[in-house]
Design a protein around this ligand. Structure first.
Ligand SMILES: Nc1ncnc2c1ncn2[C@@H]1O[C@H](COP(=O)(O)OP(=O)(O)O)[C@@H](O)[C@H]1O
Ligand SMILES: [Mg+2]
Length: 325
């Protein structure tokens, strides 16, 4: 079983996607096996991590596609289900069926054994998709800018969660984002938030230009500028999440989702079988055809008992010993 966590606030532009990317990447760096799921039709998660995918959440939820064909590797310990505008159709199709509120939860139940944490990015509106994300989650992390409108979005989120789950206990952490300690209004509102929500309020994420630049480079803050204030603040938040949600890192012990694929369908998901190994009597070897760092095509070379993965786009290389296998 993995923990399912949604990052939500019923307002856009307040740092939800930035928080999902950077806590996802930060947890993965600590050995937590993480699946990020984008439920926002704007599809910002994939571009922010520089990953492209053939299949999307629509196919997983509505067409019941094999999850391993939809999930793409983004980084070590970090996989991704991407979204695009097809999700807008999913909302209509979904809400026609019985038990529509559990569509996402049922789809994710298939992959729970592969991840310590499934982290859902949501859009800032009251949609059937968002309702599905909240129903599926054990816990909710709510970012909020320290501004009146965003705080209102937080109140609406509390109301919606109360209506759906009879209690707001699942809102475990509230993360002040884009915090500017020089602003009097921000200081006052942060105090108010602490008064209303107590120790659910985490240490704020300060406003930091590196955080707004990193998605344009397809990188997490830890890859883009590990020394920045943004990296520092998200590291503190990652620690707080591990403590509060009791997350255990078992990344290396978890099976890889790609192992679910039969050889015939592996190539379609962006992974192919080494021809040499398939031709021999050995077990087929699955080789990634997309770069785990940037998501673009990779090529392979063999030399001195090593198989070397090379990405021409971002320069990523990985050597794998092939001798004595
Ligand atoms: N702490 C921060 N400092 C500076 N810019 C930020 C910070 N957090 C987010 N941003 C920027 O603010 C914009 C909105 O953030 P985003 O995470 O996309 O919000 P949401 O997902 O809630 O719509 C993006 O351009 C993002 O890069
Ligand atoms: Mg977003």
């Amino acid at each position: 079983m993995s923990r399912i966590v949604t990052v939500a606030n019923l307002k856009g532009g307040i740092g939800k996607t930035t928080t999902v990317i950077n806590i996802g990447a930060g947890l993965a760096l600590r050995g937590v096996k993480v699946l990020l799921v984008d439920t926002d039709p704007q599809g910002n998660l994939s571009t922010s991590l520089g990953v492209t995918a053939k299949h999307t959440l629509y196919e997983l939820m509505i067409e019941a596609m094999e999850p391993a064909r939809v999930i793409v590797p983004a980084r070590h310990n970090l996989d991704l289900v991407v979204a695009d505008t097809t999700l807008l159709m999913a909302q209509t199709t979904m809400s026609r069926g019985n038990d529509w509120g559990n569509t996402l939860g049922k789809a994710l139940a298939q992959v729970e054994d592969y991840y310590d944490l499934i982290l859902i990015d949501s859009s800032g509106s009251l949609t059937p998709m968002n309702a599905n994300a909240l129903v599926a989650s054990h816990d909710i992390i709510a970012p909020t800018t320290v501004e009146p409108f965003s705080v209102r979005g937080l109140e609406l989120l509390h109301q919606q969660v109360k209506n759906m789950k009879d209690s707001t206990d699942s809102i475990r952490l509230i993360v002040p984002t884009m915090y500017d300690p020089r602003s009097r209004q921000a200081l006052d509102l942060l105090e108010k938030l602490q008064h209303t929500y107590g120790n659910k309020i985490t240490q704020p994420i300060r406003v930091n230009v590196k955080l707004s630049e990193s998605p344009m480079h397809g990188k997490s803050i830890f890859e883009y500028d590990d020394e920045s204030r943004g990296a520092e603040d998200y590291r503190v938040l990652v620690d707080r999440i591990i403590d509060t949600l009791n997350i255990v890192a078992t990344g290396d012990a978890r099976p890889n989702i790609q192992q679910r694929l039969k050889p015939a369908s592996v190539a379609e998901a962006g992974v192919s079988i080494s021809a040499g190994a398939a031709a021999s009597r050995q077990q087929p070897v699955y080789e990634l055809q997309v770069c785990p760092r940037c998501g673009r095509d990779v090529r392979y070379a063999s030399a001195a008992g090593y198989r070397i993965m090379i990405c021409n786009s971002c320069g990523y290389t990985k050597q794998m010993l092939t001798r004595n296998r």
